[in-house]
Write a protein that binds this ligand. Sequence first.
Ligand code: PEP
Ligand code: MG
Length: 752
Amino acid sequence: MAAAPPGTAGASRALLKSLRDLMGSARDTQSSLDRTVTLVGNAMVADVCSIYLRRTDGMLELCATEGLKREAVHRTQMKPREGLVGLVAELAEPVALSDAPSHPRFSYRPETGEDPYQSFLGVPILRSGRLIGVLVVQNRNPLNWADDDIEVLRTIAAFIGEQVPDDGAGGALAGFEIKPTQPVRMRGKVLSQGLAEGVAVLHEPVVAATRILAEDPVAEEQRLQTGLIDLRSGLERLLTGDAETLGGVPYEVLETFLLLSQDRGWERRLVDGVRAGLTAEASVEQVRSEHRARLANAKDNYLRDRLQDLEELDNRLLRHLSGASAPSLAPGADAIIVARDIGPAELLEYGADRIKAVLLEEGSPSGHAAIVARAMRLPMIGQLPGLLSQVEAGDPVIVDAGEHTAYLRPEAAVRQAFDTRLRLQTEERAQFAAQRDEPCITRCGQRVGLLLNAGLAVDMEQLDLTGADGVGLFRTEFQFMVSDTMPRLESQTELYSAVMAAAAGRPVTFRTLDLGSDKMAAFMPKEREENPAMGWRAVRIGLDRPALSRYQLRALVRAAEGQHLRVMFPLVTVIEEFRKARALLAQELDWARKHGRTGPVRLEVGAMVEAPALAWQTREIAAEADFLSVGTNDLLQFFFAADRGSARMAERFDILSRPALGFLRHIRTSAGSTPMSVCGEHAGRPVEAMALIALGFDRLSMPAGGIGPVKRMAMATDFDHLRPRLEAWLEDPKVDIRAALCAYATENSIVL
Ligand code: PEP
Ligand code: MG
């Protein structure tokens, strides 16, 4: 066999062409499979060629064979991990054996009559990273399979994977998961609340089925090589700092990509695919599909990380080949974006009016993509393992963040239940709207300020819709993140003026630029940092680049002419930074006066408490600042030494634990009479907000979706009653404070 011609590129291309013709002309699916095994068996000079397909119940069923007994077709079924066929499925990799019967996983099936066959070569049949079957060739002789044989069979399997028709419920392949049809229910982590219904759109590029076979393999190999060169030189440019942007990807990741992109094994697999007759895209897709399928089975964290890197690299190469840098969407589609992870800028690029929801395999609640999703009022569920291997583009999808659940291809009953929830949501919203104009006064008569976190001009309409008391955190960096060039003074001024006009007298706290870490602006020069969240970001950049800061402060002073201006500096770590930042603002006020402007009628300057070092100087900063705001997203990531963007860390530590609540209590007490709010994401969650108010935080700033539920909770709670209990729980290490708060809410009929 090793000397036989099929291992040559020309022969395999001819074989793929014949397969395409055959599949196009066969009268039905079964005869197409029968003819496929005959053709492949002959071409591979094999005694046996068989196709096993995976049933919806996971069994691998013999669907066509040349060489085994015909009666076994549709009778022989292997359990998911049974036998050598099961091993190929489990590994999602080829298994090549010269002496199959002596392998410990060999499982003898008398009905197939496979006794005389010694050598075995099985490869996975994959479709969009899902294993749909196994293609096997066997020979009587104990052959040592050549790499070329394996490669050719892999390419054939890739082709079969894309081409096996999905002949629907009544067809020969009913009961098989060719194109997934089974409803799937997945529970994940809610990153942004809401309900949505639409169709799946894959964030990563997909290869059109029409672009599988290359007409001109030589030209195709050239295209692939050009794509690889572009990919590598693009990565090199980014790393050497020539390019203006790292595209939001951390340096280390790019460095890993660059190393991987030079991997000879990866390149060889791609070239082999093209030489065997696939287009460059189809060859990348074949390799990506294998990476995905292996990822779905991989348990080891290191291996998972590498496979994810490889898949990302495959995606980048596909983008280079297609020439598309940004994701495109069919107009009018109710798009539900499906991705492994997504960056905040990518989400903003899609735009709130073009997409309905986002589903992620990963993602973390305090990552910036989640914050942007909440700002855009897009439902988002993350941490859905196996999502990408179970969804196909165009699948109907329901996102029910209230239930932490995503439904792929939902049944009618689920759709009905969803409609009911949608109605309930509408009713709940109506309830919140009815309470909108009531001030938030607790059962014990305390007034609590509920404010909005915003970052885009469009967020401002939420002020009226929610009845919030003002904007407690306006993230000015969003405007910078969505621009290709540095926003000019005029456009900054315009945005701030529009925001103040929309606030119509309600206070707005503008936070100065919090760029850096994962919030990169396209035009910013990048610096390599080991730990960007703890690196050059926020006010640290602001102080090192006073011109950038003054520019922004000038726009704020201009926009606030004759009005009340509140400015807040992010990530202040030592008091000296606050003084310096405040001095820059003073210079701008002087400048405005010198130019005949009166400036704001009232000015308040504050700092965010989000670095633990500042938290331990709360008394001192409170004496200098007009107000303070605790940014629990950053503060807790530093407190717990747990990356806020890491999916693995997301569930690990709890703000409602004794150390975190004790720390927050210390901060609140030390601030004395200086106004202090909380503006991290936690403030928008009723249970967390309940604890924060009990600790003495009487101003909470949150995403729009949190205002109604937090108001309902606060108005139903007697904090004078709760406070001593919380104090007692904080002193007792045996108490699970989260559980105690929830039980307290139930006992006191407080809806959380
Ligand atoms: C925070 O860190 O809690 C915060 C509100 O700021 P950001 O989430 O924008 O970093
Ligand atoms: Mg922060």
